[in-house]
Design a binder for this molecule. Structure first.
Ligand code: NAD
Length: 252
């Protein structure tokens, strides 16, 4: 089925857009006519992703930036630059995230802070920076990347599920706070998805995980990105405050 121009001329910012789920989201948005600014952790990785996308289609309007996501001043300056360039920001995808699986007795404070700073505070920072523009426009769409562990928890590495529970809390609360300005706020909760994050898992663990999924396989980044596309589009005009699972009915 061919779908065309679902996001024609929409301006979108995607954090963690250099690879994995984020890169798939950026590609889908560009294919559907959006202008995209992707954020990476370093200018070089952002530039590399932009070059890859432009080599696929030189007509794409895509650029890269690398603000420090847990530093509000850095994020605020980036959003101001984007708004100055395009005159609006329609869509924000808060996708950048890291995980860790250490048991509690081996979990350093430093690693706990690192997870919270990227997975939670960066979502707060980016949303705080974009909200004034979306309020002024009278519309906007924010989509956060949560995880199935925000529903089930996980047996080791408590910081990661804790951070994603917090993402769900931000999503549901901000949907209520910002709805009166025409801003929708949703989250997607992927199950195990084939990206670098999952490539780091031992083979036997991946086999065990796949065996516990009714389809017998993990998800592909494109299958997750399709749901972001739906939520970003006007097809989801009455969807807000939702945490949408894309996990093939995985069990904890
Ligand atoms: P990935 O490791 O392939 O990509 C992570 C992205 O985050 C990259 O673009 C990277 O540049 C960015 N990033 C990492 N550290 C950063 C930092 N300090 N500052 C700025 N950006 C940084 O991961 P992925 O699997 O594509 O994960 C994307 C999102 O999906 C994350 O929020 C993750 O928690 C979530 N998620 C992934 C899975 C999975 O199985 N892959 C499952 C559920 C949820």
């Amino acid at each position: 089925m061919e779908i065309k121009n679902l996001l024609k001329d929409q301006v979108a910012v995607v954090t963690g857009g250099t690879r994995g789920i984020g890169l798939s989201i950026v590609r889908k948005f560009l294919e559907q006519g959006a202008k995209v600014v992707l954020f990476g952790s370093r200018p070089e990785s952002a530039d590399k992703a932009v070059s890859t996308l432009l080599s696929e289609n030189p007509q794409y309007i895509v650029s890269g930036m690398a603000p420090k996501l847990d530093d509000f001043a850095s994020v605020d300056a980036a959003f101001k630059e984007i708004h100055d360039q395009y005159g609006k920001i329609d869509i924000l995808v808060n996708n950048a995230g890291i995980s860790a699986r250490e048991p509690i007795d081996e979990y350093s404070e430093e690693n706990f802070d690192k997870i919270m700073n990227l997975n939670v505070k960066a979502v707060f920072d980016c949303t705080k920076a974009v909200a004034p523009y979306m309020k002024e426009q009278g519309n906007g769409c924010i989509i956060n990347t949560s995880s199935m562990v925000s529903i089930y928890g996980q047996a080791s590495g408590c910081g990661y599920p804790a951070s994603k529970f917090a993402v769900n809390g931000l999503t549901k609360s901000l949907a209520q706070e910002l709805g009166k300005y025409g801003i929708r706020v949703n989250a997607v909760a992927p199950g195990v998805t084939r990206t670098d994050m999952v490539a780091a898992l031992p083979e036997d663990m991946l086999a065990r995980v796949s065996a516990g999924i009714p389809f017998g396989r993990v998800g592909e980044p494109d299958e997750v990105a399709n749901v972001f596309l739906f939520l970003a589009s006007s097809l989801a005009s009455y969807v807000t405050g939702a945490i949408v699972s894309v996990d093939g009915a995985s069990k904890a």
